[in-house]
Design a protein around this ligand. Sequence first.
Ligand code: FES
Length: 465
Amino acid sequence: LLRWIMNSFWNERMENKEFSKLNKNIEVDVAIIGGGLAGISTAYYLSKNGLKVAVLEKEKLCYCTTGGSTGKITSQHGIIYKYLKDINGRDYSKKYYEANEDALNNIQKIIKEENINCDFEIKNAYVYTEVEKEVQSIKQEIECTKKLDIKSEFVSKIDLPIDILGAIKFENQAQFDPVKYTYGLANCVEKNGGKIFEKSKVIDVVEDGGKYNISTKEGSVRAKYLVIATRYPIIKFPGYYFIKMYQSTSYALIVDTHTDLDFDGYYINQEAPKFSFRTVKDGDRNLLLVVGYDYKTGTEIVGNPFEYLKAKVKKMYPESEVLKTWTAEDCISLDKIPYIGDFSDIMENCYVATGFNKWGITSSNIAANIIKDKILGIENKYEHLFESSRLGIIKNEDEMMNMLKEAGEGIILERIKGKPTPTCTHLGCKLSWNPIEEIWECSCHGSKFSKRGIVIEGPAVKNLD
Ligand code: FES
């Protein structure tokens, strides 16, 4: 079932690659929970620096967030620089850009040095609009980037067969196959003496004598340092990430357009519904990856978003044929900035990387470097940008109230009515039925369960009764 739901185009190509299951007790320097890009990148840097690492993945590497991603490596995270400047000031906005540009360069350097075959290509990044009222936002973003010495350009034409009203272009960005890249890094981790375990779901984390004991069903890892890189942190208290984030699901299609696709870039629109486009190498041909129609997980889905996406592509490429579909889930922080660094003030030597807001490729590299530096006792110039204990997020009162209201309603419902079925095993919110994927979803923090109640996506870790 998990394979059916999670298997993206990228994952399918790596189906035969397997890592063993943890079946004994081991001790290492750093235990990392989560075998996606953030976890494996952290393992890569730490193992390269001589530390003994072990990665615990509950299913298969990349089968969740990384496998569902678009593989865009960019500092252009939608229209964001004006927003960041308005909430946190000019220096912050500029540093955020530099952190992501550094990440892009780091990834490119790793691919070269480690000789990772992952279809890496330099591309331009575009945010475009088809509606008049968003032209102004694009122009304001360009104005802002200019003031920050960020190179950008207004263009009125792109390689997609749609009539746009304008776009902001960032040059020299990149794209790759995120799963091939992560497996390439995983091979390096093993070469550096690190351990990677699949089908090794963590069932308990206990602090004991200044170290962490992390248990799975058939073994355990003892380590001084713990990194939680599970997209949504699996530990509820302390940390309280459930009041600082929600989850969003997007729909994805791989399409053979039966035309020669040759774009100079990749694209996302500014307005809703969202559409994101890029080419994907498949042997000699280029396929089209289309992602969009995202919604807050657990809220009502109107119609069939897969069909809406197909209709959009059909209009652009009448001969197009859909080869594969999947959905992808992402964590959205309340201020659109990731949480990276100390997991909580009261859990020493425990680190987190989450809330990547759908731009997790560069954020994973930033996170891996910040966490590596924290463990090695090195100062990282970007660490203060992403501090997970920041209080500024409370400024986003609307989202905060929404989240508390939903969580409260869910819990109250359970207490008052006794046993409405089904309720989420994370914090007891009511679940709603997703008729498209035929699964249960929780609108509080985005857990997903199969028809039979098996956890598909966290933060819930317990199946339904
Ligand atoms: Fe938190 Fe359901 S995911 S209550």
